[in-house]
Ligand binder design. Structure first.
Ligand code: BEZ
Length: 385
């Protein structure tokens, strides 16, 4: 009898705590770069995330959102400490981050170990929705494999046979090139040289000289942020642009066109977003973003916006009770996310299954050329939920 009374009291207390927690603000830890070559990308993600929250009246799943921020500096060496600060010191309920694949892998490890909900709004590390996949980890962006694979098919169809690749030597660059090579060589092309330099280096001269000496049909590249600006300008200044066509994963020209100017004109890239989709959904998003921030949105802003949408879908299903992880996952898994890029769903490994667009730079825009790969799903190799 006494035991029954105690058990009932404990259950009532737990229910009261849960109800109180649901009434409390939901703490979202934003772990993004605020400095370094990816600073602008972090800022666009934060803007996009906050725009969606603002459109919902500042609440997701009925709970007001409070933000705690950490500048991760795109530094993998500081990543575990940074994410532990958010979880242990700041007691965040949800983690959102980040841009850099190496930092994201450290976040995914901690999220997996602690069971904390993690939404990845950029970093494409294949492992996050591969061997490190978990029921509490979701990505609103892409896997590094996706845009690379799509471009491999595009460049083979264009008739290029011998290609040099150039990128930063870290997970994102390596995996982007690997995805490209998989599709390009399957279609009969050959990657004749793989060039790289350490992240976030921008000393491209010696590598550009090597490209000129190799004389490939074309070049495939992965660079982003400040490094992409410098690479496109240096490629043109070296006189390579007119003789050896340059292609890339779309990060090469997204959020960078103001700074790249006419040196980017005509470049073809593949990505899950373009500036001229001209759908009602994208037009309203672009208008709202421009009004809120006096800036044009880019792919990073879209990914931040969609990370907030995914969190909102999960929280709505559990009325803000973040402890109900399985129900949150189930809600996101069955959702069609109404993204400005076009509606998408997530794969079993929680990566977007999405159209990859071929875009061409014209003026200050990445103009839509065609859908390069329809509903492209990352293979999710090694994922065991
Ligand atoms: C990455 O590290 O995964 C990444 C960084 C910038 C743009 C795209 C991917």
């Amino acid at each position: 009898m006494k035991f029954k009374t105690l058990a009932l009291a404990a259950a009532l207390l737990a229910a009261a705590n849960a109800a109180q927690a649901q009434g409390a603000k939901l703490k979202v830890g934003l772990m993004l770069p605020a400095t370094g070559t990816f600073a602008a990308l972090g800022s666009a993600i934060e803007n996009g995330f906050k725009l969606y929250v603002a459109e919902q009246g500042g609440k997701l799943g009925g709970r007001e959102i409070e933000f705690v921020k950490v500048d991760d500096e795109s530094d993998p060496a500081k990543a575990t400490d940074n994410v532990n600060k958010l979880i242990k010191r700041d007691n965040v309920d949800v983690l959102v981050g980040t841009v850099h694949s190496g930092v994201a892998m450290a976040m995914a490890k901690v999220a997996k170990d602690t069971g904390t909900l993690l939404f990845v709004p950029n970093a494409g590390a294949d492992a996050v929705t591969g061997p490190m996949c978990a029921p509490n980890i979701f990505r609103s962006s892409f896997s590094n494999w996706q845009p690379g694979y799509a471009m491999g098919e595009v460049m083979a169809k264009k008739g290029h046979k011998n290609v040099v690749t150039i990128t930063w030597k870290y997970a994102a660059g390596d995996e982007s090139v690997k995805g490209f090579k998989e599709a390009f060589e399957k279609a009969g092309g050959k990657v004749v040289k793989e060039l790289s330099l350490p992240f976030p280096g921008v000393e491209f001269q010696a590598l550009l000289t090597e490209i000129a000496a190799t004389k490939p049909d074309a070049v495939y590249t992965f660079f982003a942020g400040g490094g992409a600006v410098k690479f496109v300008k240096d490629y043109a200044a070296a006189g390579l642009k007119k003789n050896i066509p340059l292609y890339g994963a779309g990060f090469l020209t997204d959020g960078t066109l103001e700074a790249q100017g006419s040196d980017a004109d005509g470049l073809l890239t593949t990505l899950h977003y373009a500036d001229s989709l001209n759908t009602p959904r994208d037009n309203s998003f672009r208008l709202a973003y421009a009004k809120a921030y006096k800036l044009q949105p880019d792919v990073y802003a879209v990914q931040g916006y969609d990370a907030a949408q995914m969190l909102g879908i999960g929280l709505a299903a559990v009325k803000g009770d973040v402890s109900k992880k399985a129900e949150i996952a189930a809600a996101i898994e069955r959702a069609k996310i109404d993204s400005p890029r076009g509606a998408f769903s997530v794969s079993k490994a929680h990566n977007p299954v999405q159209d990859i667009y071929l875009r061409q730079v014209s003026g200050k825009e990445n103009k839509l050329v065609s859908v390069a790969s329809k509903a492209l799903a990352d293979p999710g190799r090694g994922c065991r939920m």
